[in-house]
Ligand binder design. Sequence first.
Ligand SMILES: CC(C)(COP(=O)(O)OP(=O)(O)OC[C@H]1O[C@@H](n2cnc3c(N)ncnc32)[C@H](O)[C@@H]1OP(=O)(O)O)[C@@H](O)C(=O)NCCC(=O)NCCS
Length: 213
Amino acid sequence: MIEYKDKMEEGFDPEENMDLNLQVQVIPKEQVDEEQLKEFIEFFRAGYDDRWVGEEYFRNVVMKNSTELLTMRKEGKLVAAFNFDHHRITDIAVNPEYRGSGIGVKLFQEAARHDPKSWITIAADAEGMLATVTSQGLNYLPVEDKNQMESLFQEGNGTRDNYQVEVSEVEIPWLAARLQEKGIEHSDTFIASSRNKSLHGPTYWQLLFQNQK
Ligand SMILES: CC(C)(COP(=O)(O)OP(=O)(O)OC[C@H]1O[C@@H](n2cnc3c(N)ncnc32)[C@H](O)[C@@H]1OP(=O)(O)O)[C@@H](O)C(=O)NCCC(=O)NCCS
């Protein structure tokens, strides 16, 4: 029997998600059993589609480095989830059938509430995820200082030993415009990072966003 660490025990306000009737649970990695692991594998496989890392990598690397997972269910069905490695959100997805109704934003709101220091790296071409993390209801901002990026990577199980990054400028005018809608001035140029031993190879540029407390 899995003992879930229920958000309600931590002062989670169930009213908050009443409109979508979502049940939120935080599950320490140690409490994830094989049945639940299989559910997560199918969930992230469908959610990530051709960006999916594969079952073996998910089991032996992603879950090995995981510290906890957060799930959102609607009538028992898993509709959204993310995985934490300490403060880093390493995998995050909304079930494709439930996209476009604000659940992505709610996921990031839960991440910020559960861990005010939460952060995520997002591929510079992952427009849907970049659009989501910069939504009006969220307070995640780009971290563009190389040393700051490296010290965040140094905190994680999965990146502690290969925390060094290369940085490069990437032009994303629509993202700057989106930040400006929230009153945040930013040039069209963002500093993206790439880690040498990243799963995706050295040319995989990603932006780092961290919640601002
Ligand atoms: C990205 C993702 C989490 C968005 O979930 P969602 O529930 O559809 O998002 P929401 O309905 O909360 O929308 C969030 C905002 O992003 C925008 N958005 C979402 N997907 C978008 C897309 N594909 N293109 C452009 N904008 C998009 C929405 O219009 C909304 O904007 P608003 O806040 O200004 O209204 C979901 O599409 C997903 O799980 N994608 C697969 C995961 C993935 O690819 N991960 C790898 C990234 S490196």
